[in-house]
Design a protein around this ligand. Sequence first.
Ligand code: DSN
Length: 411
Amino acid sequence: MRHVKEADPEVHGHMQAELERQKNVLNMIPSENYVSPAVLEACGSVLMNKYSEGYPFKRYYQGNRHVDEIEKLAIDRAKKLFGAEHANVQPLSGSPANAAVFLAFLKPGDKFLGLDLACGGHLTHGSSVNFSGKIYQQVSYGVDKETELLDYDKIREIALQEKPKMIISGLTAYPRQIDFRKFQDIAEEVGAIHLADISHIAGLVASGVIPGPFPFTDIVSTTTHKTLRGPRGGLIMCKEKYAKDIDKAVFPGMQGGPHNNNTAGKAIAFQEALKPEFKEYSSQIVRNAKALADSLMKEGIKLVTNGTDNHLLLIDLRPFGIGLGREVAVALEEAGICGNANSVPYDESTPFKPSGLRLGTPVLTTRGMKEKEMEQVGKWIADVIKDYKNDELKRIINLEIGALCQLYPFY
Ligand code: DSN
């Protein structure tokens, strides 16, 4: 960062401090990851200087012959990685990708079915404060109150009754596998489009570690920066018969020029994910999440659904008090662990003061940690939860975490 340092020491200082923070904390936010140096270089490259409205070899600007080749590579690799018929690599992130899907298939006021935010959905699945809930009419489905699992009979019942134009499957805080085939069947039965949002689990799906929505699902959206370990960005894949609708909705419907630097980052990340070692990495993410879940439950911590099948787990803090999520998240950060407060199903508190804590294992796995480390991390987390106001405890754990981070350097 030599040039940044010379040109703007103030920004450089903050960037340097952020690098140190990323190295010295146990980053357990399940939607984050640390990209490879190759992806990092591509995203900070001259490709960001170019405007490329349109699609490869059909642009509205001259000078795109190299960008065309890069976007073509990204498209071909995405299709190969997921076994998709069509891929659009231009969405700037996950929310714009979902917005483009709404634009392609729904008119303002149309009805759709989405997972309730507190039960593990996403803002763009119909939250009242998001475009999806403001412009369109959301009917929500949740998880079963007892098992905290998706109840497909109930979802089918709601779909038959409500006749939505679109059904969204997908998660941001649901720690179990999703039966995408069942969602597609329900959508076909009621004549709806099925959008599977695999933003969180894309890397696990690409490597076949958990079941995904291919090849049968109408539309699949994802971010590229979570378990997939690529740059910040979005991606939409679909059956060939929807390709034109999706492409038109992304550009000119939703966006202008794509961010070509990130497109190159996506192409590189997809290539990395096509390598055999990515499968082992993805398996380790899930093994680590299960080991962490076991360690926490051994310490008497309650997990939503009593475990996990994917990269994340959701701690239910209600046995310690309602609405404690944020306080515990802050205490954990003081101890050197970064997670995020999150609602739990049927939370008695508000999204601003939720009763849960969401944690994930992608970054720790990227750093090379395995089950043994997860057992220790689980103990630290449990100790902080049980005594979150104890500054001396947090100070000691912070020192121990600092030593662990030294053993797993990154960047
Ligand atoms: N912010 C992402 C997450 O943390 O799950 C979703 O947009």
